[in-house]
Design a protein around this ligand. Structure first.
Ligand SMILES: *[C@@H]1O[C@H](CO)[C@@H](O)[C@H](O)[C@H]1NC(C)=O
Ligand SMILES: *[C@@H]1O[C@H](CO)[C@@H](O)[C@H](O)[C@H]1NC(C)=O
Ligand SMILES: *[C@@H]1O[C@H](CO)[C@@H](O)[C@H](O)[C@H]1NC(C)=O
Ligand SMILES: *[C@@H]1O[C@H](CO)[C@@H](O)[C@H](O)[C@H]1NC(C)=O
Ligand SMILES: *[C@@H]1O[C@H](CO)[C@@H](O)[C@H](O)[C@H]1NC(C)=O
Ligand SMILES: *[C@@H]1O[C@H](CO)[C@@H](O)[C@H](O)[C@H]1NC(C)=O
Ligand SMILES: *[C@@H]1O[C@H](CO)[C@@H](O)[C@H](O)[C@H]1NC(C)=O
Ligand SMILES: *[C@@H]1O[C@H](CO)[C@@H](O)[C@H](O)[C@H]1NC(C)=O
Length: 582
């Protein structure tokens, strides 16, 4: 053993492979997920590393910023057929064009290998709070062979009470074959936010949408040159990796990854449609090896491993293979909670053939979207946040939270007791300024938040509301208010207005203040000490690559009001339908 360790090259190689977090993917204690470094070392026992040129076709990315560190990501590709380890040096600088040794704040040489599909994910440490940094990756074998430059902003320290503004762009549901990622490109170009938040459905596992039948295959991207790769539904590790390669070749997605640090959580499609802890719409562990002889459990492990390889997120807890729920502190201005209501420990959901069964149990006390451990962490986190004097409590999560009259038991409506426990935590502890960010639904919804019974809620003034929800439409997935699947285009505009009007009018939907289903897009959230402002951007056409977008509506929540400011959106919207109750 000792002799081995003393071999030349052995120790630097061992040291630098350890710093590539891609091998932890996401937990080194989970044998089916992590790539044991010992096995990697055996595969490459001579540690001869690749000495040719590399390309960076997937650009660069950063994520999970803290006040003194950040995750940096890239994915080099050798220009020749070679399976030797690739050594890259990550470099962080305070300026985009100063990369001399004296200008580099921190750097290290770290390996990546084919065992993790050449993913390269490192934590850069020793940074200053509230600072903008630039980073790049240089080939150790040729320091002039460098990646594009990325940029990120570190967070303020926990007790910073001088920070008085903070902003996020919020995205969900980016379906590659359905359209161009104009939303990402536009947010990157406008460059008006600090961070990008993604609340899930970052990739889709489908072949196209509805492509079960070869002859009735729509949404397969053929007409816009965005046919999914591989051109089939994903089950195996190689499938998921190939799909990420395709998404991360997209120039708009690359631009937003390079220009901002992201905070992400997954929803169902990073694994499979309508997934819950033990199955999905088309896979489970009851029938062995339903497709590609892959159980749901193995499929989920494959999906999770590829997710951790491709996304710049931290390993939250090395003993907990599935945990991505985590939180971020932004001085005393805000805490951001990123929840996993989907994969971690969610009880049975609607998988289409059991809708009535799930409706029959939607009120059960024991049902949880998050599992007990995560629920406790979240409730304690909200209380702690309030106690430490963090002004805004931002909750990034997947599915629509408001209690709406809908038949969607795949949302919080299917887990009513869990929703009540969240509201109890807020109301019984007098927690102010909770803003819930949601995705998943492919439409825009802005609501005050009340209990199911809406007791004490004034539908005109909004008094009696406990929080506010901003739910955003999809980057490109088709509207949940309807889509012309045969022609692969949206329905006529008036159809979306009629649907929105019906939803606004429906008895039981009094907390819903605005909804819109015609456009694709995203929203930006601006926090100050006085208020929170959400600006909704609508994109009319994602079948063309363009920078067209328009502001649909702007909403304000004043400090400690816990409801939308009246008149809602100043009665000025350029899309969807506004409730005009006051
Ligand atoms: C790459 O190299 C391996 C091992 O030398 C060889 O088996 C394989 O056929 C090569 N692939 C290509 C595409 O040249
Ligand atoms: C860094 O500078 C280059 C060259 O001017 C530019 O193309 C790139 O967009 C800049 N990158 C960032 C992250 O600002
Ligand atoms: C499991 O999947 C199979 C094949 O899709 C399906 O027939 C079966 O009903 C599913 N079982 C459960 C318990 O969901
Ligand atoms: C699944 O396993 C069966 C039995 O071993 C085999 O015949 C079949 O080819 C496998 N199917 C796939 C898609 O791998
Ligand atoms: C809440 O604060 C307590 C006491 O400081 C700490 O032990 C706990 O880890 C915190 N929990 C969360 C979720 O922040
Ligand atoms: C879908 O589009 C086709 C072709 O434009 C049209 O004939 C059909 O009526 C549309 N269907 C719906 C439901 O709008
Ligand atoms: C919604 O309510 C408004 C005002 O009460 C009414 O004018 C309109 O016809 C209703 N629309 C629908 C679709 O129910
Ligand atoms: C209404 O909103 C649009 C989009 O934000 C804005 O351009 C316009 O100035 C607003 N109109 C009024 C009267 O405030």
């Amino acid at each position: 053993m000792l002799a081995l360790l003393l071999l030349p090259l052995a120790s630097p190689a061992v040291a630098s492979i350890i710093h590539n977090r891609a091998y932890d993917s996401p937990s080194f204690r989970a044998p089916q997920l992590a790539t044991p470094r010992d096995a990697v070392r055996r595969n490459h026992k001579r540690w001869e590393y690749y000495d040719g040129q590399v390309k960076f076709p997937y650009n660069v990315a950063s994520g999970d910023p803290e006040s003194d560190s950040v995750i940096l990501w890239t994915h080099p590709v050798p220009t020749t057929n070679d399976s030797r380890p690739i050594c890259l040096e990550y470099q962080v600088s305070q300026s985009n064009d100063s990369w001399s040794e004296g200008d580099i704040i921190t750097s290290d040489q770290v390996w990546t290998t084919p065992e993790v599909d050449y993913s390269y994910k490192v934590e850069a440490k020793g940074l200053q709070p509230k600072s903008t940094y630039y980073y790049r990756f240089a080939n150790c074998a040729d320091k002039d062979n460098v990646s594009p430059v990325g940029r990120f902003l570190t967070t303020p320290v926990e007790d910073d009470d001088e920070i008085d503004k903070l902003s996020f762009a919020v995205f969900s549901c980016s379906n590659y074959p359905f359209g161009f990622f104009n939303a990402y490109g536009n947010a990157a170009a406008r460059d008006s936010i600090d961070y990008a938040v993604h609340v899930g459905d970052y990739i889709y596992e489908y072949r196209g949408d509805g492509c079960d039948d070869e002859n009735a295959c729509y949404g397969d991207g053929r007409d816009i040159g965005r046919v999914p790769e591989p051109n089939r539904e994903l089950f195996l590790l190689e499938d998921y990796r190939t799909r990420y390669k395709q998404y991360r070749s997209d120039p708009d997605l690359q631009a937003l990854h390079a220009s901002h640090a992201w905070q992400l959580v997954w929803d169902d499609h990073e694994v499979a449609d309508n997934s819950w802890k033990a199955g999905s719409a088309d896979s489970n562990d009851t029938i062995a090896g339903t497709q590609y002889n892959t159980s749901f459990t193995q499929r989920k492990a494959n999906a999770v491993k590829a997710y951790f390889e491709w996304l710049p997120i931290r390993t939250v807890e090395t003993d907990d293979a599935l945990r991505i729920w985590r939180s971020f502190k932004f001085g005393t201005l805000a805490d951001l909670f990123m929840l996993d209501t989907r994969q971690y420990n969610r009880d049975l959901t609607d998988v289409y053939y059991n809708t009535n069964d799930v409706k029959a149990i939607q009120n059960e006390e024991a049902r949880s979207l998050m599992g007990g451990r995560q629920e406790n962490w979240f409730y304690n986190g909200l209380k702690n946040s309030s106690e430490r004097g963090a002004q805004w409590k931002i909750v990034g999560q997947q599915i629509v939270f408001a209690n709406l009259v809908s038949d969607n038991v795949d949302a919080w409506d299917g887990y009513k007791a869990n929703r009540r426990r969240v509201l109890d935590t807020i109301s019984q502890n007098n927690i102010d300024n909770v803003l819930i960010l949601s995705g998943d639904s492919h439409a825009n919804w802005v609501s005050d938040i009340t209990y199911d019974e809406k007791d004490g809620y004034n539908t005109v003034t909004g008094d009696g509301s406990y929080a506010v929800e901003f739910a955003g439409t999809a980057v490109s997935s088709p509207s949940s208010f309807g889509y012309n699947h045969t022609a692969n285009k949206p329905l006529p505009a008036e159809t979306y207005i009629q649907t929105a009007q019906k939803l606004i009018n429906a008895t039981g939907n009094e907390e819903l203040q605005w909804t819109e289903g015609a456009t694709r897009g995203y929203f930006e959230l601006y926090l100050t000490r006085q208020d929170a402002t959400a600006v909704y951007y609508g994109i009319d056409d994602v079948r063309t690559h363009s920078s067209d977008e328009r502001i649909l509506a702007t909403f304000v929540v004043e400090d400690k009001a816990n409801k939308l400011k009246r008149p809602v959106a100043d009665r000025n919207v350029t899309g969807g339908v506004l409730a005009k109750r006051g």
